[in-house]
Write a protein of this length. Sequence first.
Length: 598
Amino acid sequence: MMIVLFSPKGSSQDNFQQEANYTIHVTLDDRRHKLSAFQRVEYINNSFDTLRFLYFHLWPNAWSANNTELARQLLRSQGRQRLFEDPQLRGYIDSLDFRVDGRHVQWNRKPDLPDICRINLNEPVAPGDTICITTPFRIKIPDGRTSQLGHIGESYQMVHWYPKPAVYDKSGWHPMPWLDGAGTYSEFGSFDVSITLPDNYIVGATGNLQNEDEIRWLNRLAADTAWKTTYLYAGTRFPISSEKMKTLRYKEDLANDFAWFADKRFNVMKGQVELPGSGREVTTWVMFTNLQARLWIQTPEYVNSAIWFLSDRIGDYPYESYTAVQSVLGTGTGAGYPGISVIGFEDDAWSLNESIAYNMARSRFHIAPGPGERQSPFLDEGIARAYTARYMEERYPERKLWEVYLNNRGLAEFLNIDDIPAQRIDEILWLVKARRNLEQPLDMAVSDYNRVHDLHVNYYKAAMGFDYMRACLGDSLFDSAIQSWYSNFKFGHSRSGDLRNFFETHAGRDLSWFFNDFTGTTKRLDYKVLRLRDQQLLVENNAELASPLVIAGMTGDSITFKKWVEGFHGQKWIDIPPGNYSVIKIDPGHVMPELYRL
């Protein structure tokens, strides 16, 4: 029974996972903002099917024209017409020449989707077979004002930049056009990437740097703290690129993506953190420009504390190093990749710390258990946000909402919001949609959402839901279920049903209220106290969601007793323990997603 429940292969006879191992050589031309590269992919067919074709993602082509899915998305969300007719904003990948095991193959882009292609194999690939797919390619790097891939001047953010096979799983192929903020779904494997660029660039990348000379140089930069006395007055212009070139090699195993970032102006800081479980030491790097350096000086401590917290609650961080990089692109607050994250401009230390923790948590749930952001986005994003809120609450237990989002105590007191904790923001953002009947179910694919903005709003509700379940089950049981799920599906693909199995097994009870009703519908939660009589409280459920209810006795702000009750429809008399309390409240800690609290 344990094997069936906790083994990804034991849970289904047809479960499998493909493997893609990359060797890439790429050269940056920072005068023309182009890449030239050659790629070799060892593709291992671990499925039970014979494959006669493969799908590949060519995501830089999302920036190639105004009829791509990305262009349509940006037009809907930002109203930018004819966006990619601007030569600077336009990007693409070309010069492709796919060969399989050294032989030319026919391939073609999907109609109306230039960022997806289909490779027709000369010979089918049987179960257990391995093929080698090679191609040269060139990339025109778009201006970074539109989305995650791009450059601002000579600062480069290279994400989703190389031809990548689409995932093939028991549901079939998952070719998907690139969309901003909508996530990915990728196969795991190894990366061996060599990057050639001018000698004075500082690079942060996925994986372990293999060049001893470059490691010594980065160590010298990290040890030199003279910049700390001059950064407020130092300029942010790009130095002239060196005529001398260098080739940096990075290697990583058990990864599903490779991202790299290059800037000649980076300040470098280095640290170490000892993991709480294994005691293994992880090297941490922070790279940032003089822009917002006053905030980034404290970032090594933020990175180390977030790694320790997430390792303690979820499981040991799996790689040897972690890098946090400051982005100069104006396209959001950040993104996480294996072993590295990129963070945008933030207003203060709180926001920077939160963004680092959130993107680190996102990358943890992308690589393990890697549920596929396009299929079940609420899983990784919602859990990541829930753990981020928990981390921030432990780190800043007294921080109030107005201190983070209003910064005006007088106005906060006038609005009577001066005592609201900072972590309450998720509830407020969800209620804005919920009270207007604009919700959509959580457990949907990205393509089913009306807008990406609606998808992001649902992340707040998902985070509240996981916090709700943690409060109901208790920290220990909740963490134990997540740790087992993480450990079992590490470097693999999971689904919401797998997570449910782990939670229900650890809890020893049915959790349909969460995995069917809360995530699968838009049913509301709205309990109401009717009367108190003879140590019994009559409570009515005014809405459709019959989920657990917490009742507390209060004396001032202190909780005298707390009682959890299984969810119900209609009315129910609930026994209340005697005690010295003056007020009885439903959910004083705001752990339940109550629609109306008055």
